[in-house]
Design a protein around this ligand. Sequence first.
Ligand SMILES: Cc1ncc(C[n+]2csc(CCOP(=O)(O)OP(=O)(O)O)c2C)c(N)n1
Ligand code: SF4
Length: 324
Amino acid sequence: MGEAKQIKNLKDFSTSIERFQGGHRLCPGCSHGVIVREFINATDEELCVSNATGCLEVCSTIYPFTSWNVSWVHVGFENAAAAISGVEAMHKSLKNQGKSYNDKEIKFLAFGGDGGTYDIGFQSLSGAAERGHRFIYVCVDNEGYMNTGGQRSSSTPIGSSTTTSPAGKVSYGEKKHKKDLVAIMAAHRCEFVAQIAPGHKFWKDLVAKAQKAYAANGPVFINAMSPCPTEWKFDPALSMQVSEIMVDSCVCPLYQIEHNDEDFGYKLTITYEPKNKLPVKEYIALQGRFKHLFKPENAHILERWQKNIDAAWDYLRRRQDAGV
Ligand SMILES: Cc1ncc(C[n+]2csc(CCOP(=O)(O)OP(=O)(O)O)c2C)c(N)n1
Ligand code: SF4
């Protein structure tokens, strides 16, 4: 296994090897590009990436151009994890037979949106994790099916107005709380599971988790929260600010869960503690998808969401304190 890439500071990082090139067609202010760039530039090792259909794939590989300066394959919406686990198994087998085309250590990655991960590709992700492949799955989670016009997914938060859960006279928008996929993937006993977010305050956290992922010898799942100016309806200049408020309000806590199979041990660590935990109101005030929640008749939804966030944060802290 190679040594982790040494990254001294942001300047050093931003001027080092570039594996996700500009010129892609992601919307201005899209967080997908920031996350992918930081994640794959966090190592110099050889990478092989599978990418499910979605904004990231559609916008970064417009034939005959590509932004990817690593081996990359586009697969169906539903099977990014199945494809990369197959490639990883094939590589292992060829190596064992002495027939490998490449004797360097290769890291196998899959990228998918929340639609492709929480919903349609979940079966293949669950299977690949359970089989114990050495791969890293990164979900770029913008809380909806954005590439096809902003439909709800099982990652969409309560109260959000989407094209298939529209807010109006008879509805306050999405009815259910977001699925907790990080917990579900931890329950698969993945070696490493974490949540990350982009932003000036968090780039080191993102890179540290990426490097832990590259060092792992089994399945890794990373949920990368990805503010989407187009469908969350905020000014593209505010993407990183939205991300920072999302973390400081504990809507997106930054934490990790490490699993040690030998003694069946889990270790949950909160990797960023907000100095001043903001109310969820401050987070949603920046986004058009939640503007109806400020109407008096929808106040109970805001209250319910706030309670849910507080309880989830309390749960993480208690687990961390208990060392499990
Ligand atoms: C099996 C299947 N169902 C539906 C589609 C149509 N489709 C393509 S991209 C997409 C939405 C992708 O959403 P998500 O995975 O969340 O990624 P995002 O575009 O939001 O980044 C849909 C529904 C498809 N390609 N394949
Ligand atoms: S719709 Fe959202 S996620 Fe998709 S490219 Fe635009 S900003 Fe990015």
